[in-house]
Ligand binder design. Structure first.
Ligand SMILES: [Ca+2]
Ligand SMILES: [Ca+2]
Length: 256
């Protein structure tokens, strides 16, 4: 800027006020730009994963160099849980509890990972059948065997018996409900089926850690068939789901 200004001073006097005005605008623009890029510090500008606390409230014994968090430390579960930082300084898996702690050490005892799947459903049954739908009912398993609450169901159907070997080739059925707590009776209606067809159904639950139960027992039944409307002769339809009404010729002596 000094080089620029010395060069300006060699110009005729008549232009000096204009040049100085331009320099002042440039300086103001630079100051404005700096004020935007450097935020002012204030106690309220702390981000969500930082805090202010006395060392005695945070650590076991900071005076002796022990920076493990003490019980009830405000830094517990206040850190950002990062997949790229799965362990603390001592190799303990983190997070323990609801989130990672602030600092080098994770406080608390790690909970063993959930490797227990929901129990297999053993009482799947068809409780109602129509021409194009069935109603299924079963007892909800749990997150761990028959305890807790599973996360989701996978319901499948097929026109052939369902086994472990052909489970994945069976058709997925949408609309399975969210699992209830273990031991509760629940069900769902499956529509869009074809009349007079045998359908097989099986179901399995998955917990919140993607542990999947074995497939259930298989429930099967035949959907109802359509009954032709015999009033039309020769019969080509339409279909009727009710019995044909009597006529004087088919039911003599009875009122139509
Ligand atoms: Ca924690
Ligand atoms: Ca489980």
């Amino acid at each position: 800027m000094k080089i620029l200004e010395s060069a300006v001073l060699r110009r005729p006097r008549v232009r000096r006020p204009l040049i100085r005005g331009v320099l002042a605008l440039c300086a103001a623009a630079m100051m404005f730009s700096m004020s935007l890029s450097i935020p002012a510090h204030s106690p309220s500008s702390h981000e969500a994963h930082s805090l202010s606390a006395a060392a005695a409230d945070l650590f076991v014994n900071s005076a002796a160099g022990d920076y493990h968090l003490k019980d009830g430390s405000p830094a517990e579960d206040r850190g950002e849980t990062l997949a790229a930082v799965p362990f603390d300084k001592e190799g303990k898996p983190r997070p323990v509890g609801n989130a990672s702690d602030i600092g080098a050490y994770e406080h608390g005892t790690p909970v063993p990972p959930d490797t227990t799947p929901p129990a297999a459903i053993a009482d799947l049954e068809i409780t109602n059948v129509t021409i194009t739908s069935v109603t299924l009912n079963w007892t909800s398993p749990g997150d761990n065997g028959t305890e807790g609450t599973a996360r989701s169901y996978e319901l499948r159907r097929s026109n052939a018996d369902i086994t472990v070997a052909n489970w994945k080739s069976a058709t997925k059925v949408a609309g399975a409900p969210v699992p209830l707590p273990a031991g509760k009776r629940q069900g769902c209606n499956v529509s869009g089926l074809l009349p007079d067809n045998i359908y097989y159904f099986a179901i399995r639950a998955t917990d919140g850690h993607n542990n999947t139960a074995p497939i259930s027992n298989v429930a099967w039944n035949r959907t109802l068939r359509l009954v032709p409307d015999r009033r039309k002769a020769p019969w080509r339809g339409p279909f009727s789901t009710s019995r044909p009404r009597c006529t004087p010729s088919t039911c003599p002596g009875k009122r139509p």
